[in-house]
Design a protein around this ligand. Structure first.
Ligand code: GLU
Length: 480
């Protein structure tokens, strides 16, 4: 543990957090960060991190959308205690709680028809009054309703005083109770409202700390009113500011991709994404590079900033470059292989995978992401004679091909195929031709890799080996 935190008592096993995404097709960047904060808080305290899929909107909650969220969480390395809870499966329990409140006198039946409620709202609008249910059935007896009339169940909220949330991020935030109307718990068709479902599920899952986006702060007042009506334990709230775009505006598509999966597909490493999202709204001094283990050690809600953070894809790319350069070679081989195989349209052989491993120190130093890494490795696996890209082809004019001939002859005589020896030989030719090394390196690169950008030319010679290198050079010379 970090020494700074060593004297802080750890709450053991008491902490239970949850991430409660509504499946909308992908794991949103903001959702991913909320998930991480919940996960980190629970792991830091040795508690439980739970997952609840809020799939009550059946039209949107497809299995595909649920899978996309689960995959996104898995990619970020977030694991959850217990099986995920599916909110839609708990409707009977939600209804049961609404009826309990009815029985205890903390809720009542409201027989107001939709037309009546519309008229009520229109009148409020006309009178420029806040639009909220006016409590017309709060004190009426059900016997006053027509026989068999449908009804909703509404919670009886406090009318006087105020409700204050001691939010761990926002500080104390209050709302007058008069501003919270008697909202619906169970609709006349018997279906639970979102407000009821969240409160019941959080309670039944034993959630102690609610960490979520501050777009839910308004809901929190109603949820707390309901919790108090039920006499249940109140959770600790932490509403985190939303993520904005790099121009400070609300994050939207024009700022770039919103789903975590899109960044995975751009070749961002999971560790880099984790580190980037972590520092988006949470900080630990000036520490820039934070591993998962350090994050677990250090995570505390008082490190969460109060103002919205800005998502900057450039910074993410740069951070990713750092993670690429420092990643374990074998791990990168595993991660890059599927990309390479897709590019080549075939699988890599065992020997090719080994070669990729040998090339990795050189490749990873130049690549900002896995896509770049895969692309820069392709020259290793191309078959002779190479198909040159347009720029490489243009570079190989008759003069360049003549130079290649001298290089080929000199390298053929070379016995020690080492970085130093190949470099020395090539330099000697450059000197006798009175040319800069670059003038030789470019045509060599074109012939050896088929393109005009690659790792250092002597690294290329060593990685390809003498036979393959000479063969590739010869292929281009013969074309003249
Ligand atoms: N399902 C809600 C959402 O995805 C979260 C609800 C909550 O955290 O209380 O925005």
């Amino acid at each position: 543990m970090n020494s700074k935190d060593a004297d802080q008592p750890k709450q053991t096993s008491a902490v239970v957090t949850r991430f409660a995404p509504s499946p909308t097709g992908f794991l949103h960047i903001g959702g991913a960060r909320t998930a991480m904060f919940n996960w980190l808080f629970a792991r830091h305290h040795g508690g439980k991190a739970l997952l609840r899929i809020e799939d009550t909107d059946k039209a949107r909650s497809t299995q595909e959308a649920i899978d996309a969220i689960l995959q996104g969480l898995d990619w970020l390395g977030l694991d959850w205690d217990d099986e995920p809870v599916f909110q839609s499966e708990r409707a009977a329990r939600h209804a049961e709680v609404a009826h309990q409140l009815l029985a205890s006198g903390n809720a009542y039946k409201c027989f107001a028809t939709p037309e009546e409620l519309t008229a009520m709202r229109e009148q409020q609008r006309a009178e420029k009054k806040p639009m909220r249910y006016d409590g017309r059935w709060r004190d009426r007896d059900s016997s006053e309703a027509p026989e068999g009339a449908p009804y909703a169940i509404r919670v009886k909220t406090e009318t006087a005083g105020k409700v204050t949330i001691a939010d761990q991020v926002q500080g104390d935030v209050s709302v007058q109770n008069s501003e919270i109307d008697d909202f619906i718990l169970l609709r006349s068709d018997g279906s639970p409202t979102y407000m009821l479902a969240v409160v019941v599920d959080d309670h039944d899952m034993g959630v102690t700390h609610l960490i979520r986006g501050d777009d839910h702060l308004n809901n929190a007042f109603r949820q707390l009113a309901l919790i108090r009506a039920l006499g249940w334990a109140e959770p600790v709230y932490a509403h985190i500011p939303l993520i904005h775009g790099n121009d400070g505006a609300k994050l939207s598509k024009r700022h770039g991709a919103l789903g975590v999966d899109a960044y995975r597909d751009m070749g961002i490493l999971s560790d880099a994404m984790f580190n980037y999202l972590l520092r988006l709204g949470w900080g630990h001094g000036d520490d820039e590079f934070i591993s998962r283990a350090q994050a677990i050690d250090w995570f505390a809600l008082d490190g969460v900033g109060k103002s919205p953070s800005r998502f900057d894809t450039k910074k993410l790319q740069n951070l990713n470059g750092h993670y690429m350069r420092n990643a374990d070679d074998a791990a990168l081989v595993g991660l890059a292989t599927p990309w390479i195989e897709q590019e080549l349209g075939r699988s890599l052989s065992g020997a090719e995978i080994e070669l990729l491993g040998q090339a990795m120190p050189v490749l990873k130093s130049r690549a900002k992401n896995l896509v770049e890494l895969a692309e820069s490795s392709l020259f290793l696996f191309k078959k002779r004679p190479l198909v040159l890209d347009e720029r490489a082809e243009n570079l190989l004019d008759p003069d360049a091909r003549t130079l290649l001939k001298s290089i080929h002859i000199a390298l053929t005589d070379l016995e020690n195929w080492t970085l130093e020896a190949t470099e020395e030989t090539t330099k000697a030719i450059a000197e006798s031709a009175e040319l800069g090394l670059g003038k030789l390196a470019q045509p060599m690169r074109a012939a050896l890799t088929g393109s005009t950008s690659s790792p250092g030319i002597f690294d290329v010679l060593i990685l390809l080996g003498k036979e393959e290198s000479l063969g590739r050079l010869a292929d281009q010379i013969e074309k003249t």
